[in-house]
Design a protein around this ligand. Structure first.
Ligand code: UD1
Ligand code: PEP
Length: 459
């Protein structure tokens, strides 16, 4: 990896990350913000690069700790990687080991999805159970059962998922697979596995998230035969080999949604680009229900206008195209300041409401029962020290801090840095009074020319 674009090592280990964010709330935001490439596309497309016997050039790759760790996983498997700005070049002509490193795989979720591509390429894989946000049990049974249906022998022992394909040609076989729940990761793992399998695979009740479609487009650009991505039935006809590719990943709809909420909660006008508004339909619809005006300035640019009063709204998280679970925490922050009572039902993950008690430290009025949060709107929030417990929980606290009176201090930034590309710097450029104190990365560490790229944020 090009050291100038790597996040510092301190970011890779939660234990040693002692930096905090200080926010002085109550300041309006103004200007344009550039939305980075999608985290959940970038990570799985990097796993997909393992399928390719040639060179993969991946563009619009966000600067994230998870991307850095995923790069390290791929390097440990013997791939050659170089990064220049947001372009990542990966050569997987040689995979030197089928064993993924425990200490890296356990720090993120998407690393596990590479079991599908390693198995497809080598016929054998040893993959530790993954990490990622602690928002529920997050089993991998659907991944495992799908691979077994394709002919793999799979056993989980001592926290490692050991898989191999018996038989002389080591090639997985196409199968008809029904997913009990439309798991994003299982859909992606099995889709990658099926690209090089012998025969046709049909995935039923597949996830329909835009990142699944992005992965399918990436694989098809390498010569895979995948049809139906974005619908509940995906058909993959296996091919013997995939070829080199130059591919640009989609904008991050969750980062875009977070900035839309930032505009709404600070009653500000900000523009966001590039975005794909079709990927944000449930988020935009909910913001409009809350009373926020969103304007589509162009096919790739959204603008949020200042809002006088926010209205309460109920939210239920669902698989795409329902309301995304990754936007639940940011919306909870917003609804703390809405007039009236909102009910939030988290139905995708069983333990994803831990930010509620932290928002209450800021003066919110939220009661949690099971998977439901009852949010009674309050007129103001007031700054306090708080702890981010996962990626989107941390983002919710940043948003609440931007609106709160006085100073908010947020700990637990290793979560934020996993999945937001320099959120604090982008907000700073929009006029937020936000400062990283402690082991903050220097400008030189974050970009090759010594400062956050002027094209990434402008006011
Ligand atoms: C890296 C990545 O892309 N992460 C996203 C991905 O996570 P991830 O792929 O882990 O999420 P899933 O869609 O798999 O999880 C959805 C539900 O299915 C369950 N499940 C999943 C797999 C399995 O084998 N068995 C099982 O029961 C999970 O526990 C959860 O309750 O989709 C989630 C849901 O949109 C997002 O919140 C994450 O940001
Ligand atoms: C849950 C998330 O990420 P991961 O699946 O990587 O833990 C997220 O992006 O909100």
């Amino acid at each position: 990896m090009n050291p100038s674009t790597s996040l510092p090592d301190a970011k890779l280990s939660p234990e040693v990350d002692s930096s905090v964010l200080q926010i002085w709330g109550g300041h309006p935001l103004r200007g344009n913000v550039k939305i980075s490439g999608a985290k959940n596309s970038a990570l799985v497309i990097m796993a997909g690069a393992l399928l390719c016997s040639g060179d993969c050039r991946i563009r619009n790759v966000p600067l994230l700790a998870d991307v850095e760790r995923m790069s390290q996983v791929l390097s440990a498997l013997g791939l050659r990687l170089t990064r220049q700005d947001d372009i990542l070049d990966i050569n997987a002509s040689e995979i030197t080991t089928s064993k993924a490193p425990y200490e890296l795989v356990t720090q993120l979720r998407a690393s596990f999805f590479a079991i599908g591509s390693i198995l497809a390429r080598l016929g054998v894989a040893q993959m530790p159970l993954p990490g990622g946000c602690a928002i529920g049990a997050r089993p991998v049974d659907l991944h495992v059962r799908g691979l077994q249906a394709m002919g793999a022998e799979v056993q989980i022992e001592h926290g490692i998922c050991n898989a191999y394909v018996p038989g002389s040609n080591n090639r997985l076989k196409g199968a008809k697979i029904y997913l009990d729940t439309p798991s994003v990761g299982a859909t992606e793992t099995l889709m990658m596995a099926a690209t090089l399998a012998d025969g046709e695979t049909i995935l039923e009740n597949a996830a329909r998230e835009p990142e699944v479609v992005d992965l399918a487009n990436f694989c098809n650009a390498m010569g895979a035969k995948i049809q139906g991505a974005g619908t509940s039935t995906i058909t993959i006809v296996g091919v013997p080999k995939l070829h080199s590719v130059d591919y640009s990943i989609i904008p991050d709809r969750i980062e875009a949604g977070t900035f839309l909420v930032a505009g709404a909660i600070t009653r500000s006008e900000i523009s966001l680009s590039p975005v794909l508004p079709d990927h944000l339909i449930p988020v935009i619809a909910k913001l409009r229900e809350i009373g926020v005006t969103i304007v589509e300035d162009s096919a790739e640019c959204l603008r949020v206008l200042p809002t006088d009063s926010l209205r309460a709204a109920d939210i239920e998280t669902l698989p795409h195209p329902g309301f995304p679970t990754d936007m639940q925490a940011p919306f909870m922050a917003l609804l703390t300041l809405a007039e009236g009572d909102s009910l939030i039902n988290e139905s995708v993950f069983e333990n994803r409401l831990r930010h509620a008690s932290e928002l209450n430290r800021l003066g919110a009025d939220i009661r949690v029962k099971g998977n439901a949060a009852f949010v009674r709107g309050v007129p103001i929030l007031s700054g306090a020290p708080v702890l981010g417990t996962d990626l989107r929980a941390s983002a919710a606290l940043v948003l609440a801090g931007l609106a709160a009176e006085g100073q908010t201090t947020i700990q637990g930034l290793h979560h934020l840095d996993r999945g937001y590309d320099r959120l604090d710097m982008k907000l700073q450029q929009l006029g937020a009074k936000i400062l990283r104190v402690g082991e903050a990365p220097t400008d030189a560490e974050l970009s090759p020319n010594g400062s956050i790229s002027p094209s990434s944020v402008s006011t």
